[in-house]
Ligand binder design. Structure first.
Ligand code: SF4
Length: 440
């Protein structure tokens, strides 16, 4: 979502005459768009600020002194939202601190800094939705592929998570706004649309017919747009997977057979302590229903080890769930406390226990990922190519199952969909040969 937000900030500022440059040294305005999910996020921001500070020692009137102009420095995103006052205290040289719900106001914030010469802070959750103030989208996220935020915020309050505090309450964009943005992205070359939300499957936007649309209904409408070839969505909560969305995996060929569905733990006691609102068996049943709807579905997940109170037995239950669900892809982490969240106040599991559990978990996850990838050998899959590889003539794209696929074709345009026969399976990617009859 930060990639999407960064692009939208660029769209807002393009109307003010700004354009993206390759290096901070060449910029008149530097925006650090920050994420609060990762460990030590705040410290990373301060260390980056320290690095950028030297650019601030330039003269504010660069032209007169013959050197580059002193850039304005803005901190955006969830760290700005959660730690705005602390940033202002520790980095008083920062000009703008703006939260993720207020970045459409960047032009006013810049004007205020330039006018008054004092820092500007905006970490409000404005009453008027940010999306109403954003200009028309100017570019796809990568060749052939685009992110579209459809939902923001979260009402679930998992006890380890900062999102409800930094992104606020759940908000769904009206479906007609999403449809307009996707039509525009198709004009700009998008073939694949990834719908984004912190809890995307809780989407409940007002449709053009005045009814509340679910995510499944929105996906059906997007699938009708000529030019849209692939639809994905992320990230989902298991308790918000409704029947319509499960059925969409059966009924909607444009909905790709990959679902990122965080489970976090396989132990009911831990799931309850996390306030996840489902049990491990609920999750297993959900996976069964999804696989009945789409037998080749590749499942991704997030897992936390060493959550406060997690016992050896709880961890063993997580390993059992991993064996049962056979994830094709997973992000696994040692629990680390986020300030202000309920889990941060609980007694913590010793670090060495977390490390042991993480190593055991990742061994199991790697085995399943490799087995999933190995089963691709000899298969033909459609790949959307979006970047060049390291070697001359190499291009890299994504399979329907989100695997990176490398092929050799100096002539194929990035943003194209083509059929590839998989001829080799590596630890992190597949390799293959382009087949005649490129599909786009
Ligand atoms: S559902 Fe996801 S975004 Fe919402 S509180 Fe839980 S982990 Fe955070």
């Amino acid at each position: 979502m930060n990639v999407y937000d960064s692009n939208r900030m660029a769209d807002v500022l393009a109307a003010q005459g700004f354009q993206v440059v390759a290096a901070a040294e060449a910029a008149d305005l530097i925006i650090l768009n920050t994420c609060h999910i990762r460990e030590k996020a705040v410290e990373k921001v301060f260390s980056e600020l320290g690095r950028l500070r030297r650019l601030r020692s330039r003269s504010s009137d660069g032209e007169a002194s013959g050197e580059a102009r002193r850039p304005l420095l803005a901190i955006a995103g969830c760290v700005a939202q959660a730690e705005g006052a602390e940033i202002a205290r520790r980095a008083p040289f920062a000009d703008i601190i703006v939260g993720p719900q207020a970045y459409h106001r960047l032009p006013e914030l810049i004007a205020s800094v330039e006018r008054d010469g004092t820092p500007a802070l905006d970490t409000d959750f404005p009453a008027e939705p940010k999306f109403d103030s954003l200009p028309e989208v100017q570019a796809t996220t990568s060749p052939g592929s685009a992110f579209v935020t459809v939902q923001e915020g979260c009402d679930r309050f998992c006890t380890f998570c900062v999102v409800p505090y930094t992104r606020g309450a759940e908000y769904s964009r009206p479906a007609s706004d999403v449809l307009t943005e996707v039509h525009r992205l198709v004009e700009l070359g998008a073939r694949e649309i990834t719908l984004l939300g912190q809890n995307v499957n809780a989407y409940h936007g007002v449709g053009p017919d005045g009814e509340v649309w679910s995510l499944a209904r929105l996906i059906a409408a997007l699938a009708d747009i000529p030019g849209v070839a692939r639809i994905r969505f992320t990230t989902s909560h298991p308790a918000d997977m409704d029947e319509g969305l499960i059925a969409a995996f059966r009924e909607q060929p444009k909905l790709m057979p990959f679902l990122h569905l965080p489970v976090q733990s396989g132990a009911d006691a831990v799931l309850a302590a996390m306030n996840r609102n489902h049990t491990a068996d609920d999750y297993r049943r959900l996976v069964d229903r999804l696989r009945q709807a789409r037998p080749d579905l590749a499942l991704g997940t997030d897992l936390i080890v060493g959550f406060p109170g997690e016992t050896d037995r709880d961890f063993a239950a997580t390993l059992t769930l991993v064996e049962d669900c056979r994830f094709a892809q997973a992000y696994s982490f040692k629990f680390s406390a986020r300030p202000g969240t309920p889990a941060a106040r609980e007694p913590q599991v010793p670090e060495e226990v977390k490390e042991e559990r993480l190593a055991a978990l990742q061994t199991a996850l790697d085995r399943h990922r490799q087995a999933f990838n190995a089963a691709m050998l000899g298969r033909r899959v459609a790949v959307l190519f979006d970047r060049h590889g390291r070697r001359h003539g190499q291009i890299v794209g994504r399979s329907p199952y989100m695997q990176a696929v490398v092929a050799s074709s100096p002539a194929l345009r990035l943003g194209s969909l083509a059929t590839v026969e998989i001829t080799a399976v590596g630890p992190n990617s597949l390799a293959g040969t382009l087949i005649e009859g490129v599909s786009a």
